[in-house]
Ligand binder design. Sequence first.
Ligand code: SF4
Ligand SMILES: [Zn+2]
Length: 272
Amino acid sequence: MKIEQKVKQTLKKIKLNKKEKIIVALSGGKDSTVTAYLLKKLGYNIEGFHINLRIGKYSEDCLEAIEKLCKDLKIKLHVYDMKNEMGSGMCYLRTSIQSSPGKGRLKNCAICGVIKKWILNREVRKLKADKIATGHNLDDEAQTFLMNIFKGSPKLSVNSGPITLNMHDEKFIPRIKPLFYVAENDIREYSKKNKLPVNYGACPCALDSYRIQVRKFLDTLSKKDKENIVKNFDKLLKKISKSKDDKITYCEMCGEPSRNNICKKCELMKIV
Ligand code: SF4
Ligand SMILES: [Zn+2]
């Protein structure tokens, strides 16, 4: 099935309304770029949001690609500059966290992911958006699902799926993944075919060896097998989500929605 049809089906499944204000989290890479391109092409009401992580030349190239994309698509772009807003870029912040007692083994992407999610929810809420769209694809989801199974905690996958479930709170902006059922290679091919402005360079901080190992394993499987992993996960998700505790509270330190008294981002940063 063609990528556009797959995305249309996914958006139908999650009942996305064309009147809703959707903020697309743009990284500058192919996945979020294709997400914005397709949502716009299909007539959705979108704006772009980018977190400038200040990872040297890599971040500069990402921003340049995003600015071109938003100009081409005629959509508004919001940029959150980490250095201006938080006092330092991701590299410095991450290294400080990793040099704190007990945090040395935390992976670059794990730290970066937690901080980006926290920024995204808070900033997008200020923009009064109804949904956040991210570029996660079939390969990302199969990797995350398998990693959670290997770690013995499939419940960690409960916030996966093409739309977030079980996070019903006025301070939490639901997240959607229009490319949930689309394989990474098809996205690369599509973005090249449509000559989309994309930074194809890899992030110099992407050193999550465990994810890379799982990715290598998944690369030995066919697209059909990966699709089956994600489809079966989807079925399982409905069962897991019913048994999952829905409790959401607010972080005692920052006031953001959290499953614990202190949110993951404040847990990371309180010792810095
Ligand atoms: S690859 Fe890892 S470190 Fe780089 S931007 Fe993505 S999550 Fe952050
Ligand atoms: Zn917090």
